[in-house]
Structures are given as structure tokens and as C-alpha cells.
Design a protein around this ligand. Structure first.
Ligand code: LLP
Length: 413
């Protein structure tokens, strides 16, 4: 459930009119609802209440420092995949003891930075990475806590670009290789194996794949125990899907219940989840203005001021995002493509969509864009990135100012 709704003939976020935000901050504009973010985080925390647990918000979904600070204040940890994300998390005051570091290509400087801040653990994705972490930790006279990321070969039944737990994916190690990695970790004094990790994919709309992966992890944990490796953490990654259109994904509570049931005898383990989309996705919208409408012999185009540089999901994954007027009027719907100003035909926010016959100057909301919206944005076509605003009740705070033309060239010598 989110706090964007139509009341009195217009779209509101909490107690603020979207139209007023568009006037005050300009468009394109990302708008986040604090109440929604809090509610979604707490849904995960409550779902895992009966278990020892840590909810680590996945920074890649939305790395705005203000949003991360909000998460940290609620007790969240974070899942990071780069030194840049570590930097953001620390700036936001996230407790390093609640930071897990995933990703297949951690660089030496990133490993050093994470060791220096003494993060909770590295989720290790290859034997070479394990060796490198061990060597760097030894040089720094410290111990690296690690989990090995298992690739359980489970089909998450989602878009191929965001499936990560299949044998053919670059992520993690299969159970055979992982066994070797744990034995290596155990034999390396500068490394302490403390957990098992997996993340099978994103935008999952069924519980089955989560449970299947969890069962494989638990069976593996048992085998490890008999080889003398005792783990304390079970990191199941993120991936819970959201409703973009007609999907009916399980709720965090459903996931929590399944995890609790499946864990049965292993309630000693601390469960870590790394949700990104399920917390932030429906807590944000992209506000954009119609520039022109154009009718060709083949199509009706609505040209708006947001483009694939602001929201790449439709172009990259063929993703669906609901689009609605900020001030709806009764009009005959027509079939349109909603496109941006960028000079390529992959620049669309919606294709063949039934929308009311829109007019220049109208403001639209592109829904479900709080995750992987701004964080995947770019300056392509030298378009300054959009501003971001967080709304709390009747207050709107600029969380990131709109970029300027000078920002575009600031790093060029
Ligand atoms: N943990 C790890 C190790 C991950 O790789 C991911 C996402 C997450 C957690 C968070 O997953 P979530 O709960 O948000 O599904 N750009 C794509 C999504 C890429 C997801 C990559 N990994 C999109 O816009 O759909």
C-alpha cells in the first residue's frame, strides 16, 4: 500500500498536491513518500519478527543519502555493491555493523575501504575474490567476515536480465565450488566464514523460488556443519516483486512466514533480507510534463520532458509503468506512445498505451518509479538529471537538487 492517491479530482502524495510540487520544483521530478517508505520497511521488519533478523535495504534501488538516512533511522542495514554505495551509506549514518557487501567484481580499494570500516560481511562470489579479500585483510592485520554466495540454480521466473540464481548466470558459486571456498576460508586466518548468501533474482512474484533456494541453502548449511564450518547468518538477498500493473506478488508477511516455516530447526540463524524494490518501488513517482502531441500516419505520440535518461526501465527491460494525469479530466482515451526528447527510438516510457487525449502543458505521473528510477538515470543527450523530493505529511523537502548545465561539464578539464 502506498500514499499516492487521487482525491478531489487530483493526485496527491500524502498531504501534498503533485501539481504544486511540479510548480515548485519543476519537471521531470522524482517524488518519494516518506510514509510509504516507512510502511514498507516496517512490513519487512514485522514479517521477520519471530526470527533473529536484519533488513538490509539494497542501495542500488535508490541511493539518495536522505532516503538511506531515513532507512538507517528505522534500524535498517544496507546491501551495497560498490565503494560508492559504501560511501553513501556511511554518509547517511548507516551502522557499518549492518552493512553487507555483494557483487561479483569487488576491487582491491573497495575491499580495503570496507575492511577499514569493519562492515558486517562480504558476500563473496568467487574463489579468486576470497583469496584477494584474505590477502588484503592480512595486510591490514584484520579479519574479514564472509559469506559465500551460493548459486542454487533456481529459476526465479522473472525477466532474464534480472535473473541471477541460474547456473548460466555470473553470480555466486555452485554448491560444490562453494564447499571448497568455505574450506579455504576456514583455513585462512584473516578470513572468518560467518554466513551463507544467495540472491536469485529481482521482481519475483511467487514464493516458490525463494523457498526452493532456502531449502538448498539449509541443506548446504548442514553439510558445512559436518565439515566443521558453523555459520550464523543466512542472507536470502532481495527480489520480492511489486505491483506495476496486474502482478500480485506475495507480501513481505507471506515471505516471512515461509522463511520461518522452512527454517524450522535452524532458528539460531540470523536471517538477512536485502529488499530494494519492495521498499522503494511504489514509494516514488516520476512527474513529467507534456511538451507536445504529434499524430503521424502510424501512431499518436505524447512527447514529455522525461526520457530514457531519467527512467530507463521501459527501454531496457520493456518494463511497464502505469502513467496517469495529475489532474484527470473526462476524455476519450486514445492509443499513444509516451516518448521523451532523446534522439533514439528506444526512448519511450510507454508504448501503445490507452490514455486520455492529452494536451501540451499537462502534468503526468509515472508510477512505481521509486526503485531503479533515479539510481539508473544518466545525463545522456546532456540532459541534467532530475531533482528528487521527499514528502512527509504536508512537507516537501528537496532531497537532491536538479542538475545544472555547469554540473554537466564540472568534471571535464
Ligand atoms: N541483493 C542483491 C545481491 C542484488 O543483486 C539485488 C538486485 C538486490 C539485493 C535487490 O533486489 P530487489 O529487492 O530490488 O529486487 N535494475 C533492475 C533490477 C536489478 C536488480 C539487481 N539486483 C530493474 O530495474 O528492474
Amino acid at each position: 500500500m502506498d500514499y499516492f492517491d487521487y482525491r478531489d479530482g487530483e493526485l496527491w502524495v500524502e498531504a501534498v498536491r503533485i501539481k504544486d510540487l511540479a510548480n515548485r520544483f519543476g519537471t521531470p521530478l522524482y517524488v518519494y513518500s516518506k510514509k510509504t517508505l516507512v510502511r514498507h520497511f516496517q512490513a519487512f521488519d514485522t514479517a521477520l519478527k519471530g526470527l533473529k533478523h536484519l533488513t538490509c535495504f539494497s542501495v542500488k534501488a535508490n541511493g539518495n543519502v536522505n532516503l538511506l538516512r531515513l532507512m538507517g533511522g528505522l534500524g535498517a542495514g544496507v546491501d551495497i555493491v560498490s565503494g560508492g554505495e559504501l560511501f553513501r551509506a556511511l554518509k547517511a549514518g548507516i551502522d557499518p555493523k549492518k552493512i553487507v557487501f555483494s557483487g561479483v567484481g569487488k576491487q582491491a580499494h573497495e575491499i580495503r575501504e570496507a575492511l577499514k570500516t569493519d562492515i558486517l560481511m562480504f558476500n563473496v562470489e568467487s574463489a579468486q575474490e576470497l583469496e584477494r579479500i584474505g590477502r588484503i585483510a592480512a595486510e591490514m592485520n584484520t579479519t574479514a567476515r564472509v559469506s559465500i554466495r551460493i548459486n542454487p540454480d533456481v529459476d526465479p521466473k522473472t525477466h532474464p536480465y534480472i535473473s541471477t540464481g541460474l547456473k548460466k548466470n555470473k553470480f555466486g558459486l555452485d554448491v560444490l565450488e562453494a564447499t571448497g571456498a568455505y574450506l579455504l576460508a576456514k583455513a585462512t586466518p584473516s578470513v572468518e566464514p560467518v554466513g551463507i548468501d544467495c540472491h536469485i533474482g529481482s521482481q519475483l512474484t511467487q514464493l516458490g523460488p525463494f523457498v526452493e533456494a532456502l531449502k538448498k541453502l539449509l541443506a548446504f548449511a548442514d553439510r558445512l556443519q559436518s565439515s566443521g564450518v558453523d555459520i550464523r547468518y543466512l542472507d536470502l538477498g532481495g527480489g520480492l516483486g511489486i505491483t506495476y500493473s496486474e502482478e500480485t506478488p506475495p507480501l513481505p508477511a507471506d515471505l516471512g512466514r515461509s522463511i520461518a516455516e522452512t527454517l524450522a530447526e535452524r532458528k539460531d540463524l540470523t536471517v538477512i533480507l536485502e529488499p530494494g524494490r519492495a521498499i522503494a518501488g511504489n514509494a516514488g513517482i516520476l512527474v513529467t510534463q507534456v511538451l507536445y502531441t504529434k499524430k503521424t500516419s502510424a501512431k499518436n505520440f505524447v512527447i514529455v520532458d522525461a526520457a530514457m535518461n531519467d527512467l530507463v526501465r521501459p527501454s531496457l527491460y520493456g518494463a511497464f509503468h502505469r502513467i496517469g494525469e495529475v489532474t484527470p479530466r473526462e476524455r476519450k482515451p486514445i492509443l499513444v506512445d509516451v516518448v521523451g526528447p532523446i534522439c533514439e527510438s528506444s526512448d519511450f516510457l510507454a508504448q501503445d498505451r490507452l490514455l486520455p487525449a492529452l494536451e501540451p502543458g499537462e502534468v503526468l505521473a509515472v508510477f512505481s518509479t521509486g526503485a531503479y528510477g533515479f539510481s539508473m538515470s544518466s545525463q545522456y543527450n546532456s540532459r541534467p538529471r532530475a531533482a528528487e523530493v521527499i514528502v512527509d505529511g504536508d512537507q516537501a523537502t528537496l532531497a537532491r537538487r536538479r542538475e545544472t548545465y555547469n554540473d554537466l561539464i564540472a568534471l571535464e578539464s
